[in-house]
Ligand binder design. Sequence first.
Ligand code: NI
Length: 258
Amino acid sequence: MKELSHLEIPARLDLCSWPEVEKYLEHCKGIILPIGSTEQHGPTGAIGTDAFTAQAVALEVGKRSGVLVAPAQAYGMAEHHLGFPGTMSLRPNTLLNLIHDLLVSLARHGFERVFLINGHGGNIATVKAAFAETYKTLSNSDLLTCENFRCKLKNWFMVSDVFKKAQELYGDREGQHATPSEIAITLHLEPSLQLKQVPLPDPSPSGPIYGPKDFRERYPDGRMGSDPYLAKSVHGKLLLDKAANALTQDLSNFLKES
Ligand code: NI
């Protein structure tokens, strides 16, 4: 059996055998779970943006920390984007149950720190609700001894160094959705996406989010105040690095938390 070591990086759960996972748990109880969304990202952005970016940040954090990375949850709560073709959404309740079930699975095996790296603002409320459901399930379970089980949600795009850099690079053209910072990371990861980048007219300004029909009326091309044409793959590399550095530190603190 090949032994997992901190030198073998990034450690991916989907490439491990179960004995390797069992062995890993002897020295580390942490795991990283990337979560994204499959939704429209304006007229030039890839539908998979939120999943690509969350997974890329998670793999970088895994590489730097030696902590195992679970496969990305590529579908999220994107009901308000359903007015645009290609969007595939989970209702909040479905996502809540899904995250709950994944967390309970991990708890059962002895994982005690689950670090979720999120790429989509629409997931935040539901993921937090799923944490509360999970703690309730575990506290009511006599099969599991999971008093030490904890989850943390981190949104890579809200990391302060990322936010500052995005402001510096794009100013108010960063916007709220289909932002140049997230598009830049996709260009870094998948250079073929560069071919889709074309100058766009001024975007609709950022505003409220309601249902899918209202969203499409307010933001007809799917962007909220953003100019993705400003995105460059070199920015993506830099932003990815900033996100991974900060989140590796957060993860290290989380693993040490008493
Ligand atoms: Ni996004």
